[in-house]
Every structure is written in C-alpha cells, then in structure tokens.
Design a protein around this ligand. Structure first.
Ligand SMILES: Nc1ncnc2c1ncn2[C@@H]1O[C@H](COP(=O)(O)OP(=O)(O)OP(=O)(O)O)[C@@H](O)[C@H]1O
Ligand SMILES: CC(=O)N[C@H]1[C@@H]2OC[C@@H](O2)[C@@H](O)[C@@H]1O[C@H](C)C(=O)O
Length: 368
C-alpha cells in the first residue's frame, strides 16, 4: 500500500522522437504538485536508435520487437536505478505502434520485469485500458497539464503544447476543480512535429535533429505542399484524436525533390501549421500557449508558431516549469493516480467512454 499524502514518484519517458530516456522525480499526492525533484537524461546511441526504429510499427511477437524491448528495459533500469528516494516508478516505455481503432497500442517494456530490477512498484501499460474503453489511449499528459495550470496559478484558459516527435495540445480551463470535470480539458495530437525533421536529417545528413532550426532558417517553405498537407482527413476530424508516429510517413517522399534546407523548412512549417489548424478546436481562445518538448529549442519552429497563433507563445520555462522533463513528470504524476485509483484520462482527453484509470502495477516478487 502506498502511504497517504504526497509521495516521491519517479517518471520515465522514452518519446516518439527517439532522442533518449527522460526521468524526473515529483512529489505529489496524485492531485496537486508539491515539489519538483531531480532529473536525468540518457540519450540513445545511433545503434540503440536503429534497433528501436527497426521495431516501429510492430506488435508483440513480431521480428525485432524483443530486441527493442530488451534494450528499452535495460536503458531504463540503468537510468532509474540512480533514484534512491523514489517510492514508486511510472514507466511509459517506448511506443512502437499505435492503432487505437484497430490493433490497439503497443509500448515496449515490461513493468513487472522493471519492478524486479529496481525493487520498487512500477506503474506501466498506461494506455491499454483507455483504448479498450473506446479511447485513443493518447495523449495522457493532459491530467498533469491540469495540475501544472493549478501550480502556476493560471486564472484564464491556456494551452500546453508539446513538440515531441508528434505534436499534442491540451487546452485547460483552470477554474475547474478536477481534470475529469466536464469542460476542464480538451486534448489531442496536432500532427507531425520533430519526427519527420529528425528522419530527414538522419537519412540525408546523418544528423540527429535540425539543431536550433539552423537548416530550416536557410530554406524556402513550399507553401503549396503545406496547404495540401492541411487538407488531409486528420485535420478535419473533431478531437479527441491521436496519431501513430509514422502516420504521415509519406511526407519525406513528398519533399524528396527539395534541397535539404527547403525540405526541412517545409517540414518545420508543416509542424507549425498543424498546430495552428488544431487550435481552431479550442472551446475558447487560450490566453497563452506554453510550449514544452524538444521542438521549443527550434527557433524557426517557435517563430512560425508565434506567427500562426493569435496569443503569446512561450516556453514553459517562462512559468517555472521544465520543458524537457514535463512528460517524465507526467508519468510520475499518473503513477500516483493509478496507485490511488484516480482516473488518468477522460472523454475530452482521449475520447474514452468515461473517465478511466489506466495502468498496470508491477511489484517486486510478483514474477510467476
Ligand atoms: N536544440 C534543438 N534544436 C532543434 N530541435 C531540437 C533541439 N533539441 C531537441 N530538439 C528536438 O526535440 C526532440 C526531442 O523532443 P522530446 O524529448 O520532447 O520528444 P519525445 O518525448 O521523444 O517525443 P513525444 O513527445 O512525441 O513522445 C529531438 O529529437 C529533436 O528533434
Ligand atoms: C501513442 C503515443 O505514445 N503517443 C505519444 C506521442 O508523442 C506525443 C503525442 O504522440 C502524445 O499523444 C503521446 O505522448 C504523450 C506523452 C502523451 O501521452 O501525452
């Protein structure tokens, strides 16, 4: 049993951009944020990235999945074992495939095995029960965004924008008292963010990202391609809605005739335009957009967003949050909610039939 009151939870996230594993401590009772704690980051090597990306789009039992899973577990065990103060762990794992309307959702990494290795309770498989109840299983950070809005004492509707491999937004009404309350949240994936940019610069230049947007800054945006992209069905779907990382895998083909700089500039403009399009769904316009995720370091992307959005666009650091660790903190927060039987998603965050508490709990000594 988890003791009552606030506990130190350790969250870990390996995101779709495949840069590495983020880990962060959070003191929470599953409702409010009490304190932010230590963090760690372990980048994937090129070899790790190859093993994991070879398993993208694959399901348990498919070739390559076991190797990727072992790697994900081993790297998490290494990073997380340093956090002695953690009373429990929230382990997201690595999404390999996401098809909520079909085969489900697949995060590599077994929380029971990790619980044995770390000798602590591990909450994992956060997305499956939401999907089983008709939800998208993503995004799941929104309940934490609600807690962040309270922590920063926001007094008007605002948006959290995460620019990871995929982009996602959470619109928050901070006047509500709980994230599951009707009208408190609206969340969905906006479109591709860093994933296509990373893939293109990896393929063409052997780089891991377009650092600070340097290449995009030298290119010319193919506006016709951007306009055509926004006509795709996904952008006309009413949220909640979510994306597989490789849903727009044909994008690289679309820019194959462009120079490196023009191609990256166009993919960057597509990421910004997708967010702009998504904002049309907000119940009321947000007072500000607070940006987390690695894409906020991309100056071109941030400048384009400032042009597209009709309110201030600020990195979350402006309000005292850590934009590189927000998702890891989210899974720490959600771990405590799961342990306490509190919901982790709701109809307006994932489209699930009713508020649901996702997540399994792995406990040391439970291996059969
Ligand atoms: N200085 C930088 N300049 C440009 N892009 C950057 C910079 N730093 C990080 N990024 C981008 O941000 C990515 C990492 O972002 P983040 O860790 O938020 O993604 P993620 O958690 O893997 O993805 P997701 O949120 O989709 O699961 C990198 O792969 C890179 O594309
Ligand atoms: C299926 C899956 O892993 N989705 C990720 C991905 O990365 C960003 C976006 O797409 C978001 O929906 C989600 O991650 C964050 C952490 C979330 O669940 O809120």
């Amino acid at each position: 049993m988890l003791k009552t009151g606030p506990v130190w939870a350790l969250g870990a996230m390996s995101g779709t951009s495949l840069d590495g594993v983020d880990a962060a401590m959070l003191l929470t009772d599953g409702k409010a944020i009490f304190e932010f704690g230590e963090t760690a980051y372990q980048p994937y090597s090129d070899k790790d990235r190859q093993v994991i990306s070879a398993a993208f789009g694959k399901w348990p039992g498919d070739a390559g999945v076991e190797a990727a899973t072992e790697l994900v577990e081993a790297i998490h065990a290494e990073v997380l074992s340093g956090f002695k103060k953690a009373e429990l762990v929230g382990f997201h794992g690595q999404t390999l495939a996401h098809d909520p309307g079909g085969r489900g959702t697949h995060q590599a990494g077994d929380g029971q095995r990790l619980a044995e290795l770390l000798n602590k309770p591990v909450v994992w498989d956060y997305r499956s029960s939401d999907v089983e109840m008709g939800g998208q299983g993503a995004p799941l950070a929104p309940f934490f965004h609600f807690a962040c809005a309270k922590w920063i004492k926001a007094d008007a509707p605002l948006v959290f924008l995460n620019l990871g491999g995929v982009g996602n937004v959470t619109w928050v009404d901070p006047s509500k008292s709980a994230p599951e309350e009707e009208g408190a949240l609206l969340a969905f994936d906006t479109g591709p963010a860093n994933a296509p940019i990373n893939d293109l610069v990896a393929q063409r230049l052997g780089q891991d990202c377009d650092r600070d947007g340097q290449l995009a800054a030298q290119g010319v945006v193919d506006m016709a391609l951007v306009r055509a992209f926004l006509k795709r069905g996904y952008f006309h779907q009413v949220p909640p809605k979510s994306l597989d990382r490789n849903k727009f895998g044909d994008l690289l083909q679309q820019v194959s005739g462009h120079s490196d700089a023009d191609a990256v500039a166009t993919l960057t403009a597509i990421a910004a335009a997708s967010v702009g399009k998504g904002m049309e769904h907000c119940p009321v316009p947000p007072e500000r957009v607070l940006v987390c995720g690695g894409g906020r370091h991309n100056r071109v992307l941030m400048a384009l967003l400032a042009g597209v959005l009709k309110c201030p666009v600020l990195p979350v650091e402006e309000v005292g949050l850590d934009g590189d660790m927000l998702e890891a903190q989210a899974f720490a927060y959600l771990a405590v909610r799961v342990m306490r039987g509190l919901p982790t998603s709701a109809p307006m965050t994932t489209g699930v039939a009713a508020a649901v508490g996702g997540g399994k709990v792995g406990r040391p000594g439970n291996i059969t």
